[in-house]
Design a protein around this ligand. Structure first.
Ligand SMILES: Nc1ncnc2c1ncn2[C@@H]1O[C@H](COP(=O)(O)OP(=O)(O)OP(=O)(O)O)[C@@H](O)[C@H]1O
Length: 637
């Protein structure tokens, strides 16, 4: 009955996950669950349509033995693997079995041949099924579709006498021998990619059978790939070598230049009184890459500091107002590097942002800092110093610490701690190839919480202080993947363009002038950031733009259509038992990205909601994925 059908569906759900995780299991009636169809008179589940819903793992035994009234089972285009469960043979009413596009392996179970006699459509294409194609298929006398292509079936083709057969394909398997007469009326495409012969193939069976033409073409193509170097590869090697040479020359050049600077700073500057402008005269910092640009930030920083009183002046305390030209360190800067260190630092461009260009500088002792050269500073010197002191005084574990700054007419530098894991944006959307750490639920929800804490701290730090530029490239990550917010406090120092495209996807609808942001606008941007974490999609995602909607509206419309799970990043759907927390975080994201500012929660409210859902998640012991840093001690939150 329906109760046992329901139980079977729940077992299926816990075995293969995917979008079945979003069935409203609190409902007693499974007939309303997405993809489930029932026959009301029978009071049984009769169809299960779960195409492309991220199911993975094996179909266990003991499920289909209970779903005995199934007429249609569609599990196509998922990531299911392993053998087919033999108890599917209990589904004697089965008409349609769509399993194409998975990773099933093993034989097509012998048991099915005697029981699934009503099969009309059978599609096993695009899996790893192996073994021989049995004459047992002749039992499926009602069969109209038999698709077996792109598997590992081997042996010869049996003499299939299926009177109703309309669609047939066994291409790209490991079959050999001749095409039996009964199947010869099918098009040639149905047989390609095997070692078959006879009509409709060009290869006649009386001549050599070993290398039929269709296959030989394929093989030579493969061989070419394996043994020879393609034109692209050769071009790559040539270009690579030339690039290598250029880099080598550049390095030599930089080395020579560096020596020259060192001399300048230690001996010549005092005597000849070079101005900053002169040293900085060679500002090539257009952000067009690393390498030679790297030298210049060191030069810039060097110039900035050699004009300060003495190296000894860099210790601790806040800049003494009167001596303008010096690198000013903020309080509790425990790791203070000295002038010489920074002079010798090699540097590379990290990227160009709204406020200027960021560099990574590696000090000789191995310490790394990020140096930001601000452009378009619109405020006066005294206002700058006052505001940057305010920024430097902010101290929270979820903010990127601002260690020092330098101000001169020509140059404004900010020195931050370097964040080794880069930005959330790079981690989420950077190359998705091998070697990349997938961000599991534990890490993502921790990043969400950390970012929330950081923003909440900013908001509570002074009267109506806001960040103004919350986005994933401003969420940097520590070694243990803890979130650190950067770029705080800069919106008020620098003339922002009135139409900043870069933040467009994150900007609250009511913000028309990006210089006039509010805390509620930060909450909106934070909501978009949460959506980015959950969907894995960048707010400036090309697809979304083609559809002409932003990320919040795309998510809202998808959720409204009850395809909630469709919004989640596939990477997240791998974890079991965390779906409720994911849905809760999604709800918070949607609340934060509400159209009207008054409908959005405060940052404090958002923080406590994330704390709560994470607490529940930890209590329930959801499989949220392992921590990528095994040495990390879990914070007790
Ligand atoms: N302290 C840091 N440690 C490591 N990487 C950093 C640091 N600060 C910035 N970056 C990286 O340098 C790049 C440029 O940063 P920057 O803040 O200048 O621009 P942005 O974040 O892309 O844009 P915006 O200026 O609008 O915030 C980004 O990829 C950012 O992740």
């Amino acid at each position: 009955d329906l109760t046992s059908d329901r139980a079977a569906l729940l077992s299926l759900r816990s075995a293969v996950g995917g979008r079945t995780l979003f069935w409203t299991t609190t409902q007693q009636n499974p007939c309303n669950w997405a993809g489930v169809q029932c026959d009301n008179t029978l009071n049984r589940v009769t169809a299960l349509h779960l195409p492309g819903v991220s199911l993975s793992g094996q179909l266990p035994l003991g499920i289909f033995g209970n779903l005995t009234n199934l007429r249609t089972l569609s599990l196509r285009f998922n990531a299911l693997s392993g053998p087919l469960p033999t108890d599917l043979s209990s589904c004697v009413d089965l008409r349609n079995l769509y399993l194409q596009g998975n990773r099933f392996s093993g034989d097509f179970p012998e048991k099915y041949f005697s029981s699934l006699r009503d099969l009309v459509r059978l599609n096993l294409a695009g899996n790893n099924f192996s073994g021989e194609i049995s004459t047992g298929f002749n039992n499926f006398t009602r069969l109209r579709t038999l698709y077996l292509e792109n598997n590992q079936f081997s042996g010869s083709l049996p003499d299939l006498k299926l009177p109703k057969l309309e669609q047939f394909n066994v291409s790209f398997n490991n079959l050999n021998g001749s095409v039996p007469k009964t199947l010869q009326s099918n098009p040639i495409e149905s047989f390609l990619g095997n070692s078959l012969c006879g009509s409709p193939l060009d290869q006649s069976c009386s001549t050599k059978q070993d290398v039929p033409p269709a296959v030989s073409v394929d093989l030579t193509r493969n061989r070419k790939k394996k043994n020879g170097l393609s034109g692209g590869a050769i071009a790559g090697i040539v270009i690579g070598s030339v690039l290598g040479l250029v880099v080598l020359l550049l390095l030599l050049f930089i080395l020579c230049r560096k020596r020259a600077t060192k001399k300048t700073s230690s001996v010549d500057i005092g005597a000849t009184k070079l101005t900053d402008a002169e040293v900085l005269g060679e500002k090539p910092l257009t952000g067009s890459g690393t390498g030679s640009n790297g030298f210049s930030v060191a030069a810039a920083a060097a110039a900035a500091m050699t004009t300060s009183s003495t190296a000894g002046g860099n210790t601790g305390g806040v800049g003494d107002g009167t001596s303008n030209k010096k690198l000013v360190f903020f309080r509790n800067s425990s790791t203070i590097f000295d002038l010489e260190d920074l002079l010798r630092a090699s540097a590379e461009v990290l990227g160009k942002g709204t406020f200027g260009t960021a560099y990574k500088a590696v000090l000789e002792a191995g310490m790394m800092v990020a140096v930001k050269r601000l452009k378009d500073v619109t405020v006066s010197e005294s206002e700058f110093r006052e505001k940057i002191e305010f920024v430097g005084a902010m101290d929270h574990e979820n903010l990127v610490p601002l260690r020092a700054y330098y101000y001169s007419k020509e140059e404004k530098l900010l020195v931050y701690d370097y964040m080794p894991m880069g930005s959330l944006s790079a981690l989420l959307h950077g190359n998705k190839g091998g070697g990349r750490t997938p961000l599991n639920w534990e890490i993502r929800s921790r990043i969400a919480l950390g970012a929330a804490h950081g923003i909440e701290y900013l908001h509570s730090h002074g009267h109506n202080v806001s960040h103004g530029n919350i986005k994933s490239s401003n969420i940097l990550l520590s070694k243990s993947y803890d979130a650190r917010i950067s770029d705080f406090g800069l919106a008020h120092l620098v003339g922002l363009p009135s139409t900043p495209n870069r933040v467009a996807g994150y900007r609250a609808p009511e913000v028309t002038d990006p210089r006039r942001v509010s805390q509620k606008a930060d909450v909106y941007s934070f909501g978009v950031l949460l959506l980015e974490l959950l969907t894995g999609k960048a707010p400036t995602h090309a697809l979304l733009n083609e559809e002409g909607v932003d990320l919040p509206r795309w998510v809202q419309s998808t959720v409204k259509e009850e395809w909630t799970s469709e919004v989640f990043d596939l990477e997240l759907l791998r974890y079991q038992n965390v779906e409720e927390e994911m849905v809760q975080l999604l709800q918070l994201a949607i609340d934060c990205a509400a159209q009207y500012p008054d409908n959005r929660p405060t940052m404090a409210e958002a923080t406590s909601r994330i704390e709560e859902l994470r607490r529940v998640s930890l209590l329930r012991g959801g499989d949220s994925g392992s921590n990528p840093d095994p040495d990390r001690v879990h914070e007790s939150d």
